[in-house]
Design a protein. Structure first.
Length: 102
């Protein structure tokens, strides 16, 4: 699992039948800033993920990859390897809040 910020969306007008109607997002993984551990910072990577929750740009989400992406009822028949499974409300590290959703 990883947390990431939604940075955009992706539209594909031609795709396999099972993917019709699936919302696709661009997610950039986040990590705790190693210098002061008081904030989250982007890793510089991006993933395309299926969004069964209806998330929006700028939100911080919890994602799973690989076969775990197909373990939900909404995604079990999809040819995917990354899906959003939750919206992140807060992240705490060593007792300090490094992220809190607005």
């Amino acid at each position: 699992m990883f947390i990431g910020r939604i940075t955009g969306s992706l539209v594909s007008s031609q795709k396999v039948e099972s993917m019709v109607g699936q919302k696709l997002l661009i997610v950039e993984p986040l990590r705790v800033d190693e210098k002061d551990q008081s904030s989250l910072k982007p890793t510089g990577r991006t993933f395309i993920t299926v969004d069964p929750l209806g998330c929006g740009e700028g939100q911080v989400v919890l994602c799973v990859q690989g076969s775990s992406a197909r373990f939900t009822p909404e995604t079990k028949t999809l040819p995917i390897d990354c899906t959003v499974i939750g919206l992140v409300d807060t992240v705490q590290v060593h007792g300090k809040t490094v992220f809190k959703a607005e």
